[in-house]
Design a protein around this ligand. Structure first.
Ligand code: ZN
Length: 385
């Protein structure tokens, strides 16, 4: 942890690029994914990239080495989908701990062979899962949820346990399209760290999925930040979805409002009609150099479509530029719905801050009973009266 903080004060750190893009190059077939251990698994496993840490560890090791050779200071474990909710697609839920543990060990082993000249770090990749906690996947039932907060916490807790036991330096919940999923990941991390009495730096990464600058669950960048700023974080940042060009105003905003370190690892541009990424190492690194020249960056790398060549070019482009100093922000009451709300002292007197309260567990025993017994429909009926 001290080494990481020291490095962050000295320079902009480089993250690795895409894992999936590199795995594709190996053109593995179904048998390749299965290896010998999963030869008789009852479900198809082609595409279960995280499983390769168990069945083809030498491939994952090679990819890590390629990124470290390209100049990465931080490499991500091959665990983006390695929690029970996503792994259910492949019937791999019982293997979640082993996948995370093995993935962390592979990255740890590789990093430790490189760390003599300067420190390098392993970040445990924690994806958003394939469910969303705050939106309904059923158009006819807006109250329906495909997953609960508690299910997410349990799934993330198990993933974190495997990653930490395997030796990661950092935990990285990333590609967050729904802030409630991220809050479940942060809650699970804090719970695990309290249970084990350990502390690990956390990088929290959101993804902006459309040009209006909102997450899939509809929050603005500032509202997302307000939603998670209570958690002890090393960095906050944006990854995936958009390329660097489209991400620019959102990184600028985050760098202005967050009093902690900022990371950024965009895709290699927006996917074209064939689903390929067009941003070259040269064009992408020029865009990111501009971010660094504006003092917005502490950690930078690449997401989908990026390769070791991209990372090499990015590392060279920001090498001579200083790291950003965290923003100084005034302490105000900062709230969030889909939008952010900042209550400043001058709001009082000149403006009313309207807070609506229709129901209250201390004011109504009947309402309190509904909440206690989990009768949310009953509680809602009282609120509607
Ligand atoms: Zn991505």
């Amino acid at each position: 942890m001290e080494k990481l903080l020291e490095a962050l004060q000295q320079r902009i750190l480089i993250m690795d690029g895409a894992m999936g893009t590199m795995i594709q190059r190996y053109k593995l077939d179904e048998a390749g994914y299965r290896g010998s251990q999963f030869r008789n698994h009852p479900r198809d496993l082609k595409g279960a990239n995280d499983l390769l840490s168990l069945t083809q560890p030498q491939i994952i090791e090679e990819i890590h080495r390629a990124y470290l050779d390209a100049g990465a200071d931080i490499i991500e474990t091959n665990t983006f989908n390695a929690q029970a909710i996503s792994m259910a697609d492949y019937g791999l839920e019982p293997h979640v701990y082993d996948i995370n543990h093995a993935s962390a060990q592979i990255a740890r082993k590789v990093v430790d062979t490189y760390s003599s000249d300067r420190p390098r770090f392993v970040a445990g990749s924690i994806g958003p899962t394939n469910r969303t906690a705050s939106l309904s996947p059923d158009v006819n039932n807006p109250a329906f949820r495909g997953v609960t907060f508690d299910q997410l916490v349990d799934a993330y807790y198990e993933q974190v346990r495997g990653l930490v036991d395997g030796g990661v330096d950092i935990l990285l919940p990333e590609t967050t399209f729904d802030t409630l999923n991220l809050k479940a990941a942060l809650f699970a991390i804090q719970k695990f760290c309290a249970d084990r009495d350990v502390r690990l730096p956390v990088m929290a990464s959101i993804t902006i999925t459309d040009a209006s600058g909102r997450t899939l669950s509809g929050q603005t960048v500032e509202a997302s930040w307000n939603s998670i700023s209570h958690a002890p974080l090393l960095t906050v940042g944006i990854n995936c979805a958009l390329g660097a060009r489209e991400m620019r105003p959102h990184i600028e905003e985050l760098a202005r409002i967050a009093p902690i370190y900022i990371h950024c690892y965009p895709n290699a541009g927006l996917p074209n009609a064939l689903g390929e990424y067009d941003e070259t190492p040269q064009s992408m690194s020029a865009l990111l150099r501009d971010f660094a020249e504006n003092n917005w960056l502490n950690i930078v790398g690449g997401c989908c479509g990026t390769t070791p060549d991209h990372i090499r070019a990015i590392a060279a482009a920001v090498r001579d530029l200083p790291p950003r100093q965290p923003a100084k922000v005034d302490r105000f009451l900062r709230l969030s719905g889909l939008e952010s709300l900042t209550v400043r002292p001058d709001s009082i007197g000149s403006n009313f801050v309207v807070v609506g309260e229709r129901t209250n567990i201390t004011g109504s025993p009947k309402f309190a009973q509904c909440i206690k017994s989990g009768d949310l429909d009953g509680a809602l009926a009282i609120a509607r009266k």
